[in-house]
Write a protein that binds this ligand. Structure first.
Ligand SMILES: Cc1cc2nc3c(=O)[nH]c(=O)nc-3n(C[C@H](O)[C@H](O)[C@H](O)COP(=O)(O)OP(=O)(O)OC[C@H]3O[C@@H](n4cnc5c(N)ncnc54)[C@H](O)[C@@H]3O)c2cc1C
Length: 493
């Protein structure tokens, strides 16, 4: 059997793993998809109650759509933002059930190790000619191996939420007192309602997951006024929550931050920022969260905690492969400067593919949410472009692999790049949980300079303030470090 007779292993039947499989079929390559869950989209099913902020038109991969339409599938309304549940039901499940894909997906199979046949990480000789060995456990824990000519790891990060410590570690008591702590976005208005109604909950985090959790708790509070909400963020106060705000080309995303910031101003939510948690301990009636609010020691009695501080990738099953990872974000070095929240400018990340995602291990790629490492900015449309390019490269179509086929809306978030010069000579990209400004300092943008005498950075900022909003999320000065030829980092043209 030659390498070319072997399938291409795809790890994960999430939207990006399935898209990879669809692109492989388009190029007459055979996938074998390993999915740890019982169904496709099993990670998304765990946040099925959450509305995506991107509408359908950005959530569907082109090759997958072509497969589905051949089976008379109806494209959902492109302008509607589905919930995670609808994404699974109306797109991911039909795709996974497609007669071409279905026989190639193995459910309840967890990939636990990958290497190259008879070659450890140390062996150079003919490495690229040696097939991959994918070791996986079935639902009963039995171990199996499958040979593959290439591996596309689309296993996401959902199963590895960040702990609540400011240092990236669990705080004292976090592992011991698991009971009151939920990670991600619990279903506060649905199945978890009784857990939170009438209780005091501390939400930790400043991204969209945290904002979603706070907004759900606010809705619960309307029904049950005893419900109390505290919200701890590491920095930035309400400015950080607003982000791209009204400039966000995805209005659903922009509005989330505004609603949250307004709730803080109205007193419905008590914001603790900058807050560092040191310890969680049980008290006779509740839990005490010990931390520092700025320089002051604070003890907060709460019933529940929702930790929404992002996710991190699991590289444990890749330890026999030759990877190269940026030490900060844990993405490939070519991708990392584009998504590192320390430098990320304007939420603008150029579309990228096989070249940026390559590792020293030939034939191995990490795509999808996991490809962004710890950066919180991944979006489906980006992942679909990644797999289009990676599969083209695996098929030997380098020209297609290098081509950019993605147009994305902008975030509306501008921020000065403080170290890396970010090349923006490619097309635009949108981001999720886009890193937002700690201090406004971004491009003069949004319809030109503000009218004389108005305390605003631009026309749109002035309009927003006149309408009672806090502003449009723009800063005041152009970023000095962004290449001048580039598409403006400004939020609005
Ligand atoms: C709450 C939330 C809201 C989001 N909203 C948006 C949005 O509005 N728009 C947008 O574009 N993006 C959004 N995202 C980001 C991103 O698009 C999603 O996280 C998306 O699910 C990523 O797809 P994926 O295929 O890369 O990973 P996942 O959907 O996480 O799929 C990975 C799959 O791999 C499986 N798996 C994991 N480990 C293994 C293993 N070892 N072996 C076998 N299988 C394994 C998992 O069970 C899972 O099914 C959101 C993310 C979250 C968390």
């Amino acid at each position: 059997m030659t390498m070319n007779d072997l399938p291409i292993a795809v790890i994960g039947a999430g939207p990006v793993g399935l898209a990879a499989a669809a692109h492989l079929f388009e190029r007459n390559l055979v996938p074998v998809v390993f999915e740890a869950g019982r169904q496709a989209g099993s990670a998304i099913s765990q946040w099925s109650h959450v509305h995506l902020f991107s509408p359908w038109k950005f959530n569907i991969d082109a090759a997958s759509r072509a497969l589905l339409e051949a089976e008379h599938w109806q494209h959902p309304d492109p302008e509607v933002q589905p919930t995670g549940g609808q994404l699974v039901e109306d797109y991911i499940a039909p795709l996974a059930a497609h007669p071409k894909l279905a026989p190639h997906i193995r459910y309840e199979t967890t990939v636990v190790a990958i290497s190259r046949l008879n070659r450890s990480r140390l062996d150079n000789a003919d490495r690229e000619k040696s097939p991959f060995v994918v070791i996986w456990n079935d639902r009963d824990g039995n171990r199996h191996r499958t040979l593959a000519r290439a591996v596309i790891d689309a296993s996401g990060t959902w199963h590895r939420p960040n702990p609540m410590g400011r240092d990236g570690l669990a705080v004292e008591g976090e592992h011991e007192y698991k009971d009151p702590i939920a990670y991600g976005i619990p279903d506060v208005l649905g199945k978890d309602r009784d857990v939170y109604a009438g209780k005091h909950t501390l939400v930790v985090g400043a991204g969209h997951s945290a904002i979603n959790a706070v907004l759900d708790l606010l809705d619960l509070k309307i029904e049950n006024p005893q419900t109390r909400i505290s919200w701890a963020t590491r920095s930035g106060g309400t400015d950080r929550l607003i982000g791209g705000g009204l400039n966000d080309a995805l209005p659903g995303r922009g509005l989330l931050g505004h609603r949250a910031a307004n709730a803080v101003r109205d007193g419905g939510v008590s914001l603790l920022s900058p807050f560092t948690i040191n310890k969680v301990e049980r008290t006779p009636h509740a839990f005490n969260v010990a931390g520092e609010l700025g320089a002051d020691a604070v003890n907060l009695a709460v019933d529940r905690l929702i930790v929404a501080t992002g996710f991190r990738p699991d590289f444990s099953f890749l330890s026999e492969l030759r990877l190269t990872l940026d030490p900060v974000v844990e993405a490939t070095p070519a991708l990392a400067p584009l998504i590192d929240p320390n430098f990320h400018s304007c939420g603008t990340v150029r579309p990228h593919g096989a070249v940026e995602l390559a590792h020293p291990e030939p034939g191995f790629y990490i795509v999808g949410m996991k490809s962004y490492g710890r950066a919180p900015t991944f979006l489906l449309a980006t992942g679909y472009e990644q797999v289009r390019s990676v599969v083209a490269m695996l098929a030997g179509d380098e020209e297609a692999a290098l081509r950019v086929e993605l147009e994305l809306p902008e975030t509306g978030i501008c921020r000065t790049a403080t170290a890396a010069t970010i090349s923006l000579n490619a097309k635009k990209e949108m981001t999720m949980n886009a890193p937002v400004k700690d201090e406004p300092q971004a491009a003069g943008c949004c319809g030109g300079p503000a009218p004389a005498g108005v305390e605003a950075c631009c026309v749109k900022d002035a309009d927003a303030k006149a309408a009672g909003e806090s502003g449009c999320g723009c800063g005041s000065k152009p970023s000095a470090q962004v290449e001048p030829k580039a598409k403006p980092v400004a939020c609005c043209d």
